[in-house]
Design a protein around this ligand. Structure first.
Ligand code: HEC
Ligand code: HEC
Length: 352
C-alpha cells in the first residue's frame, strides 16, 4: 500500500525511516496548482506501512506544539452536521496537489487516492479525538480502499494516539470513541466513504471558505455543475431544516448502501435532483408509510401527517435508551432536542 504524497513547489519530505514510511508535509504551499511529482522519484514508499500511530504523523498539523494546521489542510463546514451530542467539531480536507474530485456522479463524489479527511472533536476547549479517513487504494473494495483511524488526545495535548477498538468516556467527558468497525457502519453509506463533503452539503455559503462554488472556481471538480444548478435541500424553511437534518444524521444508514437497508428499505438521504419536497425520497419513505417493524404501541406509521406523537420516526429519534430503537442506534448518548423540535414542526405542518 502506498503512502500519501506531498507534492508542492518546495517539497520537503520528512520520512520517518524507523517505523513507517509515513510522510509529513511541511511545505507551506497552498496545496494546489502543481502536478504530483512523476514516477517513483516523488514517492516516499519504504516498504509495508501500517496506519499512522500518532496524529503528528498524519500531516494535519505542521506544528503540534502551537497547533498550527498545515497549509494543505483546508478547513470546511458542511451545511448540515452530524449531531454527535453537541461536541464541537472541526473538519479538514487534504487533496493531493493538482488532483481533482470525480463529480461525474453529482450525488456520489469520488476522491482521488491520497485524499485525507480529518474531523476533530472537542468539548469546552478540550480536544477529545481526531478522526481520519484516507483514500489509500483503488481496488473497488471499500474496506481495502479507505482507511479509518482515530487518535485520542493525550492529557497535555502534545499529541494524540491511535485507538482502534474504541474507548469510553474519554478525557473526563462522557464522549465515547467508536471502534474502527463502527466507523464503517456509517461511512459505508457512501460508495466513496465520505459523508459530509458533497454537492448538497457545500451548496450553501458556509462559515468556511470551501463551498461548491469555490471548488468549481479552483478547478477541483472533474464535472462542474451548471452555473445555475440548485442543490439546496427542497421545501419551505421548516421542511428544509428537517430534511437537511435527516439527510445528515440518518441518511448514511438509511439508503441503498447503508446498514439499515436490507432490513428496512426506507430512504432518508437526498439526491441533488430532488427539487420538490412532497415527491422527495424522504417524504415518500415516511409520510403515511407503515413501520416495517413497529415495536411499540402507537407508532404503526413512520410519519402521520399532523401527529408527531403517532409517528415512529419522531418517537425513535426522541429516545436514547440503549435499545436498537434509539435512532441513531450508535455514536450518541443524548437526544438532540433542537432536532426533535425541527422534525416535530415539519410533521405538525403536513397537510392531513
Ligand atoms: C453514527 C455514524 C458515524 C460513525 C459511527 C462515524 N462517523 Fe464519521 N461521519 C459521519 C457523518 C454523518 C459525517 C458527515 C457530517 C459531519 O461531518 O458532521 C462524518 C464525517 C467524518 C469525517 C469527515 C469526512 C466525511 O466523511 O464527511 C471523518 C474524517 C470521519 N467522519 C471519520 C470517522 C471515523 C474514523 C470513524 C470511526 C472511528 C467515524 N467517522 C465514525 C457519521 C459517522
Ligand atoms: C448507524 C446506522 C443508523 C443510523 C445513523 C440511523 N438508523 Fe434508523 N435504523 C437503523 C437500523 C439498523 C434499523 C433497523 C432495525 C430496527 O428496525 O430497529 C433502523 C430502523 C429505523 C426505523 C424503523 C423503520 C421501520 O419501518 O421499521 C426508523 C423510523 C428509523 N430507523 C429512523 C431513523 C432516524 C430518524 C434516524 C436519524 C435521526 C436514524 N434512523 C438513524 C440504523 C440507523
Amino acid at each position: 500500500m502506498r503512502n500519501i504524497l506531498c507534492a508542492t513547489h518546495a517539497v520537503v519530505f520528512v520520512v520517518a525511516a524507523l517505523t513507517s514510511s509515513f510522510v509529513a508535509c511541511s511545505s507551506s504551499s497552498d496545496g494546489g496548482g502543481s502536478p504530483p511529482p512523476g514516477g517513483d522519484a516523488g514517492r516516499a514508499d519504504a516498504g509495508p506501512s501500517g496506519p499512522p500511530q500518532r496524529l503528528s504523523e498524519t500531516g494535519l498539523y505542521s506544528d503540534m506544539a502551537t497547533k498550527q494546521v498545515a497549509a494543505a489542510s483546508l478547513e470546511y463546514a458542511p451545511a448540515y452536521v452530524l449531531w454527535s451530542d453537541a461536541a464541537d467539531k472541526k473538519r479538514w480536507i487534504v487533496l493531493p496537489a493538482g488532483a481533482r474530485i470525480d463529480t461525474s456522479d453529482m450525488d456520489h463524489w469520488r476522491f482521488p487516492v491520497g485524499t485525507k479527511f480529518f474531523k476533530e472533536f472537542s468539548r469546552g476547549g478540550t480536544r477529545l479525538e481526531t478522526r481520519l479517513i484516507e483514500h489509500v487504494a483503488d481496488t473497488g473494495k471499500q474496506e481495502d480502499d479507505y482507511r479509518a483511524s482515530t487518535f485520542v488526545w493525550r492529557g497535555d495535548e502534545s499529541d494524540a494516539d491511535l485507538v482502534v477498538d474504541g474507548a469510553r468516556n474519554i478525557r473526563g467527558t462522557d464522549h465515547d470513541v467508536p471502534s474502527r468497525q463502527d466507523c464503517f457502519k456509517c461511512h459505508r453509506g457512501e460508495p466513496g466513504a465520505i459523508l459530509g463533503f458533497s454537492a448538497i452539503q457545500l451548496f450553501q455559503p458556509s462559515a468556511s471558505a470551501i463551498t461548491l462554488r469555490w471548488l468549481v472556481e479552483q478547478g477541483k471538480l472533474t464535472a462542474p455543475p451548471a452555473a445555475n444548478a440548485d442543490f439546496s435541500v427542497p421545501g419551505d424553511e421548516a421542511t428544509a431544516r428537517a430534511f437537511g437534518y435527516l439527510h445528515a444524521n440518518c441518511g448514511h444508514c438509511h439508503n441503498e448502501n447503508g446498514i439499515a437497508w436490507a432490513d428496512n428499505p426506507m430512504k432518508l438521504r437526498l439526491l441533488v435532483g430532488e427539487r420538490d419536497a412532497a415527491t422527495s425520497s424522504i417524504y415518500k419513505a415516511t409520510v403515511g408509510e407503515k413501520m416495517n417493524r413497529p415495536k411499540t404501541s402507537g407508532d404503526t406509521f413512520r410519519v402521520v401527517a399532523g401527529h408527531p406523537e403517532q409517528s415512529g420516526l419522531f418517537y425513535r429519534m426522541s429516545r436514547r435508551d440503549g435499545t436498537p430503537e434509539s435512532m441513531p442506534p450508535i455514536a450518541t448518548k443524548h437526544v438532540d432536542a433542537d432536532a426533535v423540535s425541527v422534525v416535530k414542526a415539519w410533521i405538525e405542518r403536513l397537510p392531513p
